[in-house]
Design a protein. Structure first.
Length: 362
């Protein structure tokens, strides 16, 4: 009974009905979750949904909830006397609904059932303005919604590459790159979505040009050494970043030098961080000698815990990135293979400062 396709016709009016009552908003979220379940279980549901103007209904509700959340932020600023730099971490029922709405549209767009001309339909509903509003204010919308908005942009470009010119004229690609450079949302979802977005932008030569001009490859790799990204990059995220870089350079040979230069600069930076970490540890040892080793072993260990784990995880994240980056052949000829060999040998000397201190790493 749950998979009855006629349920779609019951859900659409719920999506169309706007409400200021948060209980009703919560009910709408449940309806969207049910719609998601239907789409995952039955291939015909997306077709039924799109045949009944579901995409238009969905995109309009996304716009409404995007505006509603922004208005909540404005009200909070007035009530609390806060300025625009404040971070808004509280998720409301409307955040939950917008989350679910964006999930649904990301399920629908790649499906063949939607047919052609989807980009023009989305532009008519001002979807590009919705994306721009979200990506320019992640503190208001939250990390997940922000990442979904970037993913939505990437998906729109991928399903209709021929519509790049239409999208480019909205200014959306430049806004996405600006968000990647400036927002620094500390989540693995943001990092993965950003990689996909850059790859989508580079489908077109104009896109490659603005990615190069904005030095985006260097920006993406700089995240590997930033404190706020150490935890989000742990696990498979660093590998995803490395794989995305590999694919980008293989598909766009004109970007090889920029990509290799950014990767080389990253390794150089990590080596310098390692040397700095070494110097800090040596300073600690020297202070212990001056103080006649008055500190007990537990106190010494606690001091080292302030220094070692951060670099340890940066090094691990770099290793995962490089393993994925070189998983498929990338030509080093133009860059200079010997230069790469030399810096990799320098990098290999870094772990020696960590191996004796493994018990300090969480």
């Amino acid at each position: 009974a749950v998979l009855n396709p006629s349920l779609v016709s019951n859900i659409l009016p719920i999506l169309q009905k706007e409400s200021e009552n948060l209980d009703e908003v919560a009910v709408t979220t449940k309806a969207v979750e049910l719609l998601k379940l239907l789409m995952e279980k039955s291939d015909s549901i997306i077709q039924i949904f799109t045949d009944n103007d579901g995409i238009e209904v969905l995109t309009r509700r996304i716009k409404v909830e995007t505006d509603n959340i922004y208005e909540i932020k404005d009200d909070q600023m007035v009530d609390d006397g806060q300025d625009e730099e404040r971070e808004y971490n509280t998720r409301t029922e409307r955040h939950e609904l917008l989350d679910s709405l964006l999930e649904i549209i990301l399920i629908i767009l790649p499906d063949p059932a939607i047919g052609g001309g989807i980009v023009s339909r989305l532009m008519q509903e001002e979807t590009h303005n919705v994306i721009i509003r979200i990506i320019n204010d992640w503190r208001v919308y939250g990390q997940m919604i922000h990442s979904y908005a970037i993913s939505l942009f990437a998906e729109i470009l991928q399903i209709e590459p021929s519509s790049y010119r239409v999208i480019y004229e909205t200014g959306l690609p430049k806004e996405i790159l600006k968000a990647i450079k400036e927002s620094h949302t500390p989540s693995s979802e943001f990092l993965c979505a950003s990689c996909n977005a850059v790859g989508s932008i580079c489908i077109n030569k104009d896109g490659i040009k603005i990615v190069t001009e904005e030095n985006i490859l260097e920006t993406l790799l700089s995240f590997l050494t930033e404190d706020i990204f150490i935890t989000p990059l742990r696990g498979e995220t660093s590998s995803i970043l490395g794989g995305a870089f590999n694919e980008l350079l293989r598909h766009h040979p004109e970007m090889v030098m920029d990509g290799l230069t950014a990767s080389y600069n990253l390794i150089e930076k990590v080596i310098k961080l390692g040397q700095y970490t070494c110097e800090e540890l040596i300073d600690m040892e020297e202070k212990e000698l001056v103080n006649n080793n008055n500190n007990n072993e537990e106190e010494k260990k606690e001091e080292k815990k302030e220094v070692i784990p951060k670099f340890y995880h940066i090094l691990n994240n770099l290793g995962s990135f490089l393993e994925a980056f070189f998983s498929q052949e990338v030509s080093l000829n133009k860059f200079g293979a010997k230069k790469w060999i030399d810096i990799m040998l320098d990098l290999l000397g870094i772990p020696a400062i960590i191996t004796a201190e493994e018990d300090l790493v969480p």
